[in-house]
Design a protein. Structure first.
Length: 148
């Protein structure tokens, strides 16, 4: 996918251009509709108003980012530190053995998980690691648990 749709700084000018062209297009349609209605001796109906309202609604949804991915607020290091604090409280004797911890952001929620320790000579390692869910907007640790 193009970087224009991923980066809000690039995406906003594209939306602004679309708004301008959309406004000109709707204005031309309203003018044409009213001109034709007057020629036929009719009153101009509510169609132009409905079209303008739909344009405004669709553009406001695109500007506010409806359906777009979350913009990251917290740094990965800060999220991992907050998760380690939660792991330290819940698993004080074992949380160190699952380092390094990884963090991924999905829809405004960070998922932090540990690395399974691999004994020397082991081919397959079974088990789980401590995991935490952290809200990106305010840094609240939502859940700390251990996978199996």
């Amino acid at each position: 996918m193009s970087d224009i749709f991923r980066d809000p700084i690039l995406f906003i000018p594209v939306i602004a251009i679309l708004i301008i062209f959309g406004a000109f297009y709707v204005s031309a349609m309203i003018w044409s509709y009213n001109r034709d209605a007057k020629k036929q001796g009719k009153k101009s109906g509510c169609l132009p108003v409905v079209m303008l309202a739909l344009l405004i609604c669709s553009l406001s949804l695109s500007i506010t980012g409806c359906g777009k991915s979350h913009v990251q607020i917290m740094l990965k290091e800060d999220v991992i530190s907050a998760a380690i604090d939660g792991f330290r409280k819940q698993y004080p004797n074992t949380f160190e053995s699952y380092r390094p911890y990884q963090a991924e952001l999905h829809n405004g929620i960070w998922q932090v998980y540990g690395t399974l320790p691999k004994p020397p000579g082991a081919i397959v390692v079974l088990g789980g690691t401590p995991e935490a869910r952290i809200r990106d907007a305010d840094g609240e640790v939502i859940r700390v648990y251990h996978t199996q």
